[in-house]
Design a protein around this ligand. Structure first.
Ligand code: SF4
Length: 211
């Protein structure tokens, strides 16, 4: 089967929006400040963005709160007109979905459920609040399976009747740009993906761009 070029799909969508002069609303699931940095700048001129910090996978609580506060600091220091919706710390849904899958390596079934759960919450909220589109920063990570993320997002979009914005934020040197922006703003760059299992096995996700 031919591989879908999700970066091209996003470029085409942005060109289409520019042509019709529209700036639709977008609910952007954000995993952390470094992954959000390039993504926000890339999308900013095209959408009225609301960032959604919903990551029950992150452990421990101090880490969750720190990643969230770094995201808020970034948005404030970049002086972007972006709203933020954030969730209080509640890791229970993550531990339920990860049950029996604790030992699996990253990019396996536990990760698919983890990503799927966060996308589902985003799709639900996008539908509930009437956003034109929803998407996630997760495709910027070279450690994540962008094909899976996009397929999952597309299916959830259909299920909820909310338009999923296909993406591959690695394109246009997005990942490199996120590292430069992380340096510029002095962002905390975690060295594990997020959950307690990735923390134990840290080293596989160097520089933490894969939450
Ligand atoms: S390694 Fe990352 S994607 Fe996988 S389950 Fe843990 S937090 Fe989720």
């Amino acid at each position: 089967m031919q591989k879908v070029n999700y970066g091209r799909l996003l470029d085409d969508k942005l060109a289409e929006l520019e042509k019709i002069g529209e700036k639709p609303s977008l609910l952007l699931h954000a995993c952390c400040a470094p992954c959000s940095s390039h993504t926000l700048l890339f999308l900013y001129d095209h959408f009225k963005i609301t960032v959604y910090f919903c990551n029950p996978n992150i452990a421990p609580e101090e880490e969750y709160l720190y990643r969230k506060s770094e995201l808020k600091r970034l948005i404030s220091e970049m002086e972007l007109d972006v709203d933020i919706i954030d969730e209080d710390y509640d890791p229970e849904p993550f531990y339920q979905l990860a049950r029996g899958l604790e030992e699996l390596p990253e990019r396996g079934e536990r990760c698919r459920r983890c990503i799927g759960y966060r996308l589902r919450r985003t799709a639900e909220l996008a539908k509930k609040l009437g956003f034109d589109f929803f998407t996630t920063t997760l495709t910027i990570s070279p450690h994540k399976d962008a094909d899976f993320i996009n397929q999952c997002g597309g299916e959830l979009g259909e299920e909820y009747g909310a338009a999923y914005l296909f993406s591959d934020f690695k394109k246009h040197d997005g990942y490199k740009h996120s590292i430069e922006l992380s340096k510029k703003y002095g962002l905390y760059r975690q060295d594990y993906c997020g959950c307690v299992y990735s923390k134990i096995n840290r080293g596989g996700e160097k520089n933490g761009q894969g939450v």
